[in-house]
Design a protein around this ligand. Structure first.
Ligand SMILES: [Zn+2]
Length: 491
């Protein structure tokens, strides 16, 4: 049996969460891990405050490295935020042949590939905001589980947050939400509902006009029938999800909400409303650089395509940005898009240089051995039943051994799940490589692409194209035209 050092560190930055509770959770997780690994342990823990970089407990631990076989931490970044320091500690750990264990897996520094992993993770940990978000994520998820509103400060229209951090209906706003759901059930389009709300003078909390896109978001949001949902992502992948019904009073009933979802689903399949197809390459991508509204495309009587002049009117503010011939704009944008090719090629090269085969191999071996463990445990479970049936063990012994065995099965299954997640994360870079390769290939034959697939392709990396003709629309056609503005906002 080996001896482990458990190192726990929390920073004061996390104080709006219950720091004692987090510390207890972390400690329990690591004690559990040491038991799984059949290690006895010493605990070192400290709470650091922002600027203070002194870590007396860590230093004490490092001075006793001779005593230990393993170091148990929650995240690798708990050891040190500072790259040079991390590097120094790493050398000390290698010298003393100490393994690092985290609930996410083991890191054996004597193996080169792991050394790479350690450096890589320590580097990642330096992106402090990422880690803070991750930790916040855990606390946020726990609060969401209790039905509390834990998302950004933007509380959904129709609600306010009470002292208990739960959502409470604001009747004045709730009537807007009810109207939106009711009218949707009557098959009124989002556009039409927006007009009605505007006429009623019903605005957002900031006094702004509610647009059809607001309305589309509102009627898909389950918060309105009493749901709190939250998720935690690691590397963009959802690793934990919370969905609590009856967390607060709904503004609409669950039935109404579900009916509306069904209707919207049918709507998206073109059964109820006519949906415009992309007939031009830049369809739905051009926005007014003066007022921010979408710009529309049109064909004139001679078959020449135009960006229509902007005539957005709200209260006394009128945008009158003049129209422009469309094709020259399209040509300009496509040229800019082609120039992005080198960017994509560089990104691809960078991805390819991140070789993950070693890590992959190691994970596969771990998985294999866990599978064997699982087989063994399942067999033991069957044997226990037989022994009990044959009267070889007492009922109490049976229950005790069975529970213990089941607990072990559960733990092994969890470890297997974790490895599967890690493996999948690795293969995500494969997908990203594939995506970049496809993009580069498509760029090469961009001119041959039909309007619609081209439009879809452009939307995968262009967010908006900001356009202005920089001329006011009026009937004087003799004026000299100024150069147009075209800015591409990349995703
Ligand atoms: Zn405009």
């Amino acid at each position: 049996m080996g001896l482990a050092a458990i190192y726990l560190r929390l920073s004061r930055n996390e104080e709006h969460l219950d720091i004692d509770e987090i510390l207890t959770n972390h400690r329990n997780a690591l004690i559990k891990l040491s038991k799984q690994q059949k290690l006895t342990y010493d605990i070192y823990q400290e709470i650091s405050s922002g600027v203070n970089t002194e870590r007396p407990q860590l230093n004490l631990l490092l001075s006793r490295l001779d005593d230990y076989d393993a170091l148990l931490v929650m995240d690798i970044d708990r050891i040190s935020r500072d790259n040079a320091h991390a590097e120094e500690i790493k050398k000390m750990l290698i010298l003393h042949d100490i393994k690092i264990l985290t609930p996410q897996g083991a890191i054996d520094l004597s193996q080169e590939s792991n050394e790479m992993l350690f450096s890589f993770q320590a580097m990642m940990a330096n992106f402090e905001y990422k880690q803070i978000r991750k930790r916040l994520g855990r606390g946020r998820l726990a609060a969401a589980e209790q039905g509390k509103w834990t998302m950004s400060n933007r509380i959904p229209l129709g609600y306010k947050k009470n002292e208990d951090k739960r959502l409470e209906i604001v009747e004045d706003e709730a009537k807007i939400i009810r109207h939106i759901f009711q009218k949707t059930l009557e098959r009124v389009s989002a556009n039409e509902i927006a007009k009605q709300l505007d006429m009623l003078g019903w605005r957002s909390r900031q006094g702004k006009v509610l647009t059809s896109s607001h309305i589309s978001q509102i009627r898909k949001n389950p918060v309105y029938y009493g749901v709190i949902q939250a998720c935690r992502r690691v590397n963009g992948r959802v690793v934990d999800e919370v969905f609590v019904e009856n967390a607060h009073s709904g503004i609409v009933s669950k039935q109404t909400f579900l009916e509306v979802q069904k209707m919207l689903e049918e709507n998206s399949q073109d059964k109820f409303f006519h949906k415009l197809k992309a007939t031009r390459r830049l369809q739905n991508l051009i926005y007014c650089n003066c007022c921010g509204r979408k710009r529309y495309l049109q064909c004139d009587g001679n078959g020449v395509e135009f960006i229509k002049s902007c005539s957005y009117k709200i209260d006394n503010n009128v945008c009158q940005d003049r129209g422009h011939k469309y094709l020259s704009i399209e040509k300009f944008v496509l040229q800019k898009v082609k120039e992005r090719k080198t960017d994509f090629e560089q990104a691809l090269k960078k991805l390819k240089s991140l070789d993950t085969t070693d890590v992959e191999k190691k994970l596969a071996i771990q998985r294999e051995s866990l599978n064997k463990q699982l087989e063994k445990l399942n067999k033991r479970q069957r044997n226990l039943k037989e022994m009990r049936m044959d009267g070889e063990i007492t009922k109490n012994d049976f229950y005790e051994m069975r529970d213990e065995n089941e607990e072990q099965i559960r733990q092994v299954q969890q470890q297997i799940e974790l490895i599967d997640i890690q493996l999948e994360n690795l293969s995500n870079t494969d997908e990203e490589q594939q995506r970049l390769e496809d993009t580069i290939r498509t760029l090469d034959k961009l001119d041959e692409l039909e309007s619609e697939p081209c439009n879809t392709f452009l939307k995968t990396f262009i967010k908006k194209i900001w356009f202005s003709s920089n001329t006011e629309a009026n009937h004087d056609t003799t004026r000299e035209r100024k150069a147009a503005t075209i800015k591409i906002e990349w995703l």
